[in-house]
Ligand binder design. Sequence first.
Ligand code: GDP
Ligand code: IMO
Ligand code: MG
Length: 444
Amino acid sequence: MPSIVIVGAQWGDEGKGKVVDLLAERADAVIRFQGGNNAGHTIVRNGETWKFHLIPSGILYPGKTCVIGNGVVVDPKVLLSELDGLRARGVDVSGLKISANAHVIMPYHIILDHSGEARLGKLEIGTTKRGIGPAYADKASRLGIRVQDMLDEKILKKKILSALEPKKALLRPYERDPDFGPQLDLQRMTEDLLTFGHRLEQHIADTAALVWRALDDDKLVVFEGAQGALLDIDHGTYPFVTSSNPVAAAACTGSGIGPKDIDEVWGVAKAYSTRVGAGPFPSELHDETGELIRERGGEFGTTTGRARRTGWMDLVALRYAARINSLTALSITKLDVLSGFDRVKVCTRYRGEDDARFDTFPYHQSVLHHATAEYEELPGWREDISECRSIADLPQAARDYLDWIADQTGVPVTLVGVGPGREQTLWTEAGAASPAIVAAPVQA
Ligand code: GDP
Ligand code: IMO
Ligand code: MG
């Protein structure tokens, strides 16, 4: 039975949570493999909204094995409050497993994230200020605290001391700050972490072994990406990126499997584009059309509440995302938001400063920063499509728009979102025929 990786094919917030929830019903295990609580994944079921930052989007199925893999950075305080919130709403969270090797976001990481952004001033990246970058930096510097360290007081204290040593000068101004100072006290930090560790202990496990077992037993395994291809630290619009690899390859390193264990890679993309935070965005709209898309699409961040920047679909970026992820399928969400336009535009290539044209994603930062979008226009549709329940119900112009995206990217579309609800999902022929769907029918 296949294993599927679900990744963001744009700048994040494409609707990965919804797609993972749809597939999770059929799956034996759902695994987050990178990022941290910079992610915000939304699921809407029977009118009820659920937002996940760290816990995999399969948790709403009672007892489902949901893994936080070794590649994730975990803020234990956020994880515990997410768990408490789910329990309070009656969700069975017994299936949650946390890798003992995942790294911990410490209070000083959050402070350093704030101070780093403040230092950059106008050039700030616009991070979520959740400590993601500094936590991954410590991991690479071999100064990270891992989940397993929260279970051993002696090791923990020693590791915190070593981690704090090179940061002393940067943290000094915060020591007297009434908000930040107390969090930097070594004793308090150690005690807090031990308490968190104690509360999470029942969930801490050798998660790679769990994933291997599910694969060996021929079960459907779903890997849940966070962020998106253009935020990838290697392949995205560096330095305006996150600090992990949101591309499909990271499902391997972030969970403990090899590339041959992956059968399908589904890229999730909105029918248009959005971006939160700073950085190049060639198809960005600064006019009332952009405002209209923001309003209709409810484009305000799940994690920080920031207004998302909006623009037309960018095929140069999407083709690039297809290549760097080996996408086998595309899931197009929020098609309903494009209803009401006489014409819809799609960016098909970039124009550089000196009138050079780019059909492929430019590697050079100066080119990218000055790139403007060239568009093709397609007929729009005026009908409300949120009640459509099959592709055949869609207006011809909407179907043509989807066919055109598939054609231009060379990647088949498996499902289309016409609203946030589970039922507002249209499966295409390619989707229904996908090995994951055929091999893992929903259990009655
Ligand atoms: P993620 O980070 O990729 O999981 O995406 P987010 O949850 O941050 O943002 C996607 C938003 O769009 C959420 O509010 C979803 O409920 C919503 N959404 C997902 N699919 C659709 C869709 O097809 N149509 C509409 N209108 N909203 C959708
Ligand atoms: P999901 O999983 C959209 C963006 C931030 C910022 C940059 C770096 O919900 O799609 P970080 O805090 O990671 O150091 O910030 O990355 N960013 C996201 N944008 N969706 C996300 O996650 C994001 N996670 C980080 O806005 O520009
Ligand atoms: Mg999100």
